[in-house]
Design a protein around this ligand. Structure first.
Ligand code: ZN
Length: 215
């Protein structure tokens, strides 16, 4: 059974605010709006997802962090981007994205198209999915009633009706670095059940040089 998305912990706010927050997360939970272009994960990709989800909590424990991405098991969607409608292309701007509303990860089929690229994209987005988030509630506003405020190390600021993210590059760099450290961790801990061959490592380095993860 699919697990519900991470529910935000609400501090303060009126009943109406709580209702707004609840519907903000639930509306999209019901909807995978790119499902018309979805390609099922191959058995090999499913194995990678399961192994990574299982290994991440142990890896993070080595830094004293407790976080578990197991709720993401059925929430990783591979999208055939050649089939995306024009108005949906902007929803998948990089090679992968974690969308907080609905707590889903979307991977771009044309880019996460080798097992190494798939592995990296899944690790990277899973780390985003369990990073710190906070939201600002605008009482009495219909549009943008719920505004993302913090995402990992990123700080979002609304300026003249436009959202800017500060420290986005640092947030991405730390997530990329953690992904690299995770690769080293599974390499040194065979019990994690993930084997990385030398040629994979080479491909990985090459991929990093041209990495275009979602920004
Ligand atoms: Zn990212």
């Amino acid at each position: 059974m699919e697990e519900l998305p991470k529910t935000p912990e609400l501090i303060g706010g009126s009943d109406k605010t709580r209702e707004q927050v609840d519907s903000y997360f639930r509306d999209e939970y019901a909807e995978n709006d790119l499902n018309y272009a979805e390609i099922p994960l191959s058995p090999e990709q499913q194995d990678i997802v399961r192994a990574v989800i299982e290994a991440i909590p142990e890896f993070l424990k080595t830094y004293g962090v407790e976080a578990d991405p197991k709720a993401m098991l059925d929430r990783i969607h591979m999208i055939d981007d050649s089939k995306l409608a024009e108005e949906d292309v902007r929803k998948l701007p990089g090679s992968a994205v974690h969308r907080k509303r609905g707590n889903r990860i979307y991977l771009k089929g044309s880019e996460a198209n080798t097992s190494v690229r798939f592995f990296y994209a899944v690790c990277h987005e899973l780390l985003h999915s369990i990073s710190f988030d906070s939201f600002t509630i605008n009482e009495g506003r219909m549009e943008r009633a719920v505004l993302e405020r913090r995402s990992g190390l990123g700080v979002l600021v609304e300026d003249q009706n436009r959202l800017d993210t500060y420290f986005d590059d640092i947030n991405e760099a730390v997530t990329d670095r953690l992904t690299e450290l995770f690769v080293q961790y599974v390499d040194q801990n065979p019990e994690a059940g993930i084997t990385i061959t030398k040629s994979d490592g080479f491909a990985t380095a090459a991929y990093y040089a041209s990495s275009t993860y979602e920004k």
